[in-house]
Ligand binder design. Structure first.
Ligand SMILES: [Zn+2]
Length: 513
């Protein structure tokens, strides 16, 4: 049975629009998925919504909607945001679906049979703001550190998950699989937590009107975190489609923010071990974004959402900026002025310039008078640069989520020399051929990062190979030598829309707008 390259992202609360941090995570996941698909993998990217938080009840009530109507609308809106950002996904998984509910109930039964799920009384408070159980010593002046006291609800009894039994197995897991969590500093944090010891944790509450019920005790509702983690397997058939689960699990990569590492690196692998499923192959932890030095909330500071930025600057500009400026595994600060500067410097003044000048050259010299006897090899195209080495480094970089370094390499090693070449005086027929070849290579390398732009860079010329099937290694096979401009429209109409915005204040490259 063919395994699928399954990548998961954190499913979203259906409250408000996603902020820049969510966009950073989803775009990072999409880059990896597109790259793996280019390299021949059958990929599956999980996006979805976590529809049972208590705040959904309040929002639906405030808006005068039924719960189901509210979550249906929100799921559609969230999906639209991810589509706008070109985060490709075949399926959007929702925890209010019957597939998820069946899977969760099946899980509880398995856990119960294994003797790892038991009911007992305890004195806790539940904060519906952070969706966590709090013990008295977690509170400050009787309140959750982040929320007002009206969010706290007393809990007297719950079903518990026997997490304490997994301390040794988890320590062994991380000792044997030093490469499981990236970056390594995150794995060190996890080991330190485990060494402090693990306790059994409450994972249900009674009398909660919205959520997944315990199958043999319908008054009890499963804790939202416990249930949300299960979505990673219920989405691919756990409890409903054993064959699909076998194709997809263990996930090749699970992508999570560093603020929710404990759930994913301690609780989640224990939950999997409890039913005999393997942990994921890789847990990729990403950094958090701040906006002008401030923590991001539901909007990207000052009410700027990712879609507002893409409306203004273009989708690929945002994708490029987030992947180029923010190292994936580190915290980064984001500001509008830096965004603008970076887009002008890297996109307008370089990538767009190269594209437009090449198109102009083709229009000025439509004749197909290739002087050279042989087609240019990729090595010749970029002069002294060892393209095979550069591409090998790019491949490793993408696989290791070093997107920032990859884009830096593409710009410094390939685009900058191409810009230099633009200004050299060469026989137009040769330079035309060479520039088209440079653009072809850049288009292929940028395909996972800037899908719209790279398709335009590639599709402007009549390359024999279709864009849909290109792999990174195709950069090394010279394109056809008689390649010509495909478009016949005026240049102004084929400008890369994603690049052209924000360039109005920059020197004209000599074309009509
Ligand atoms: Zn709280």
């Amino acid at each position: 049975m063919d395994q699928e390259f399954y990548i998961t992202t954190v499913i979203d609360y259906p409250i408000g629009d996603p902020h820049g941090g969510g966009a950073f995570e989803k775009i990072g996941a999409d880059v990896q998925t597109r790259y793996q698909r280019m390299q021949g993998q059958t990929t599956r990217l999980l996006l979805g919504s976590d529809e049972h938080p208590g705040r959904v009840l309040l929002r639906a009530k405030d808006g005068g909607f039924s719960l189901q109507t509210y979550v249906d609308q929100r799921a559609q809106q969230l999906q639209m945001v991810w589509r706008t950002l070109e985060v490709e996904h075949d399926h959007y998984f929702r925890t209010s679906s019957s597939r998820h509910q069946l899977g969760c109930r099946h899980y509880i039964e398995e856990l119960h049979r294994a003797g790892l799920f038991y009911k007992r009384s305890h004195e806790s408070l539940y904060c519906t703001g952070c969706e966590e159980f709090k013990r008295p010593d977690d509170l400050v002046a009787g309140k959750c550190e982040e929320h007002e006291s009206q969010y706290l609800q007393p809990v007297q009894s719950s079903y518990f998950f026997a997490l304490s039994r997994f301390k040794k197995r988890l320590l062994n897991l991380y000792a044997e699989r030093a490469e499981l969590i990236y970056p390594k500093s995150a794995q060190d944090r996890v080991r330190a937590w485990l060494e402090m010891g693990l306790e059994d944790i409450p994972v249900t509450r009674g009398n909660v009107p919205w959520g997944v019920r315990v199958p043999f005790d319908e008054n009890e509702t499963i804790w939202i975190w416990f249930e949300a983690l299960l979505s990673y397997i219920t989405a691919v058939g756990y409890g409903t489609d054993a064959q699909q689960l076998e194709r997809c699990w263990p996930a090749r990569i699970q992508i999570v923010g560093r603020d929710i590492l404990w759930y994913h690196a301690v609780l989640w692998p224990a939950m999997l071990m409890a039913i005999g499923l393997e942990p994921p192959k890789r847990l990729q932890v990403h950094g958090l974004l701040t906006w002008n030095g401030e923590k991001l909330s539901k909007t990207l500071g000052n009410g700027v959402s990712p879609t507002q930025l893409t409306d203004q600057f273009g989708i690929d500009a945002l994708r490029y900026y987030l992947m180029r400026v923010c190292p994936f595994d580190q915290d980064s600060d984001f500001s509008l002025s830096d965004f603008r500067d970076r887009c002008s410097r890297d996109l307008t003044d370089k990538l767009e310039l190269l594209y437009l000048r090449t198109v102009a050259l083709c229009l000025q010299h439509p004749e197909n008078d290739i002087v050279e006897p042989h087609s240019l090899s990729a090595y010749e195209v970029f002069g002294t640069i060892d393209l095979a080495n550069v591409i090998a480094a790019i491949r490793t970089g993408i696989e290791e989520f070093q997107y920032q370094k990859v884009l830096d390499t593409i710009w410094k090693k390939l685009l900058d020399p191409a810009i230099k070449y633009l200004d050299s005086t060469v026989e137009p027929a040769i330079s035309k051929r060479r520039l088209i070849e440079m653009l072809r290579v850049l288009a292929i390398l940028l395909k996972p990062f800037m899908p719209g732009t790279s398709e335009l860079l590639y599709g402007t010329f009549d390359h024999m190979q279709g864009f849909a099937g290109v792999r990174l290694e195709d950069c090394l096979i010279p394109g056809n030598e008689n390649v010509q401009l495909r478009f016949t429209q005026p240049v102004a109409n084929i400008r890369p829309a994603v690049l052209s915005r924000g360039s109005e204040t920059h020197p004209d490259h000599g074309f009509e707008r």
